[in-house]
Design a protein around this ligand. Structure first.
Ligand code: SAM
Length: 302
C-alpha cells in the first residue's frame, strides 16, 4: 500500500501548487486498490473505505497535518474519525485554482466540496462573464462562487437545505464577495418547483448548472430519480435558457452510461423545443482515474 500511495502522489504532483492545495490523492481501483480512496484537503488526509478500515496509511512526500477515516455507506452517513493530528480542528479553508472554500473534515455526507468537479468549476468561471447563472442543486454554492468570481451578472443558487445555502454564503465571503448583494440569490426548496416559478415569471439565464443527486425526495414531485427524471429536469431548465446560453449537466449515477445520459439530454431539450448548437462530454478530472462515474456534458443552445 505504501508504494501505491507514493506512486499515486507522483502522478498528481503537478496539481498541487500555490493555487490548489486539495485533490484526490488515491482513487481506489484507478490507483490499484479498490478498498479505499484518499482526499487531501490542504494537508489534511481523509481516507474513505468500503468495508475494513485500513490498518495504517503510509505517508508519502506530501506533508500530513491530520488523518481521518470515514466508512463509505450509502444509507448511513457516518462522520469521520480522527486517527492522527488535532481532532478539534475540523473546519478548515482550502484553495482550488485560487478560490477558497470552507471544508468540514468531520461532517457525515460530503466535506463541503466535490473535488471531482474541479475542471467544471474552472470552466464555469471562464464562461460566466456578464451573464445570469442558475445553479440547481447548489449544495455549498461552489459553482455560484466561481461564477461570481468570473464576473456573472447574477447568481441564483437553489438547494433543499438551508444550512448548505448558509455554508454557501460563507464560501462567497471567504472570496471577498458579499452574498447579501442584490445580484446573489439563495433559494431554499425543490428545484422543480423553483424552475416552474421562474418560468411563470419569465426569468431567463445565460448559464444553467444541473448537478442533482442520483435520488432525492422533495416537493410535489415526490421522488427524483436521475435515471427516470433527468430528461424532464432538462426540459424544465431549457425553458429558462436565453438564446445562445449554455447548460452544464452532470450525473454521478453509476447505473447510467454516458451514451444513455447524452440521449436523455437531447430528448429533454427536444421536448422544450430548444435547438442544441453543440454538445460535448468533458472527461473526469485527472486525479480520478478510477471508474468514469461522473458524466458531464456542456450544451450550447442556439
Ligand atoms: C450532488 S449534491 C450537489 C453538488 C453541487 N452541485 C456541487 O458541485 O457542489 C446534491 C445537492 O442537491 C440537494 N438536493 C437534493 N434534492 C433536491 C431538490 N429536489 N431540490 C433542491 N435541492 C436538492 C441536496 O441538498 C444537495 O445539496
Amino acid at each position: 500500500m505504501n508504494n501505491q500511495i507514493n506512486t499515486a502522489f507522483l502522478k498528481r504532483k503537478e496539481i498541487l501548487s500555490e493555487a490548489t492545495d486539495s485533490f484526490r490523492l488515491f482513487d481506489g481501483i484507478g490507483d490499484g486498490n479498490s478498498d479505499f480512496f484518499i482526499d487531501v484537503f490542504a494537508g489534511h488526509w481523509l481516507v474513505s473505505y468500503l468495508d475494513k478500515e485500513p490498518e495504517s496509511v503510509a505517508k508519502c512526500e506530501l506533508p500530513r497535518e491530520s488523518l481521518w477515516f470515514k466508512k463509505l455507506d450509502k444509507n448511513n452517513k457516518e462522520s469521520a474519525r480522527c486517527e492522527e493530528g488535532d481532532s478539534s480542528n475540523t473546519q478548515i479553508t482550502i484553495r482550488e485554482n485560487n478560490v477558497r472554500y470552507l471544508v468540514d473534515l468531520k461532517i457525515g455526507y460530503s466535506q463541503g466540496i466535490f473535488l471531482d468537479q474541479r475542471d467544471n468549476r474552472f470552466e464555469v468561471r471562464a464562461r460566466s462573464s456578464g451573464i445570469r447563472i442558475l445553479n440547481c442543486f447548489s449544495y455549498t454554492c461552489a459553482f455560484s462562487v466561481v461564477a461570481a468570481l468570473g464576473g456573472a451578472a447574477s447568481t441564483t443558487s437553489i438547494d433543499l437545505s438551508n444550512s448548505y445555502l448558509e455554508w454557501g454564503k460563507s464560501n462567497f465571503e471567504l472570496n471577498g464577495i458579499d452574498p447579501n448583494q442584490d445580484e446573489h440569490y439563495f433559494c431554499r426548496g425543490d428545484v422543480f418547483e423553483w424552475l416552474r416559478q421562474f418560468r411563470k415569471k419569465q426569468r431567463k439565464f445565460g448559464g444553467i448548472i444541473l448537478d442533482p443527486p442520483s435520488f432525492s425526495r422533495a416537493g410535489k414531485q415526490g421522488v427524483f430519480s436521475a435515471e427516470k427524471d433527468y430528461s424532464s429536469l432538462v426540459t424544465e431548465a431549457a425553458h429558462l435558457i436565453e438564446r445562445g446560453g449554455w447548460v452544464l449537466a452532470s450525473c454521478n449515477h453509476r447505473g447510467i452510461s454516458s451514451e444513455k445520459f447524452g440521449n436523455e439530454l437531447i430528448i429533454g431539450m427536444d421536448n422544450a423545443r430548444r435547438n442544441i448548437k453543440t454538445i460535448n462530454q468533458k472527461p473526469m478530472t485527472s486525479d480520478f482515474p478510477g471508474d468514469d462515474y461522473l458524466k458531464s456534458f456542456w450544451i450550447e443552445i442556439e
